[in-house]
Ligand binder design. Structure first.
Ligand code: DC
Length: 216
């Protein structure tokens, strides 16, 4: 009997994991969850109410209210929300609540693609394929700058780089579920890869896992 295809994708901010996750989900006809949006949703609720990001009681209440079907990607995409999300993500009880919702999504009979920071290590340790997508901090900062500019905005490269490095330190240094590759993750350094090359490399790894029967 084959079990559903579950793909776990982790990596630091602006590594390209989200774009890769969406492409793989499209290609393999799987539902996709960007788990970063769940932490962003908690941060956004606190920001809207003017509550501090280290207000654990309110953060826990906000986490309980997160509805995976109603994540407003547009409202949550702001850079400041991402930074705030990384702050609320250090609260263990918030993680516990959100991980419960993420695991329920992962258990769909159709299989799923989830991307985040702790998918291969904590949320879906039994995923068929685990990818750890990374790129140098400078490349990630440059991509983010181009992204902002392509939407008509402007930003300072040095500031973006400092921001990315600060976020890496927080996500990798926290005590609960820090960002790190699972032991059985395939590393994909996209510093010198186009999206297309990264997609083909990931697809080859998944095809190999499928043919070697790791979904059996
Ligand atoms: O992927 P992103 O930039 O949208 O994530 C925002 C923050 O949320 C990230 O800096 C840390 C936190 N996060 C997490 O702790 N665990 C996840 N699985 C996903 C995101």
């Amino acid at each position: 009997m084959t079990r559903p295809l579950l793909i776990a994708i982790d990596g630091p901010a602006a590594s390209g994991k989200g774009t890769l996750a969406r492409r793989l989900a499209d290609y393999f006809h799987l539902p996709h969850l960007d788990t970063g949006l769940t932490y962003r949703a908690v941060a956004h609720m606190l920001m809207e109410k003017g509550w501090p990001l280290d207000d654990e009681a309110h953060a826990i209440e906000a986490a309980k209210l997160v509805d995976l079907g109603r994540l407003d990607k547009h409202a949550l995409s702001a850079h400041a929300v991402g930074d705030a999300a990384s702050r609320v993500a250090v609260i263990p009880e918030v993680r516990k609540i959100l991980v419960g919702k993420q695991r329920a999504f992962a258990r769909q009979p159709s299989g799923a693609v989830l991307d985040g920071r702790d998918i291969g290590t904590v949320v879906c340790p039994d995923a068929n394929v685990k990818l750890y997508v990374t790129a140098s901090a400078k490349v990630r900062a440059m991509r983010r700058l181009r992204d902002i500019e392509s939407r008509g905005g402007s930003a300072d490269f040095a500031e973006i780089l400092a921001d990315i490095e600060r976020r890496d330190a927080r996500d990798m240094g926290r005590e609960d579920s820090p960002l790190r590759p699972a032991e059985d993750a395939h590393l994909l350094d996209t510093s010198e890869m186009s999206i297309e090359t990264a997609f083909l490399a990931a697809k080859a790894l998944i095809d190999k896992a499928l043919s070697s029967g790791s979904t059996a």
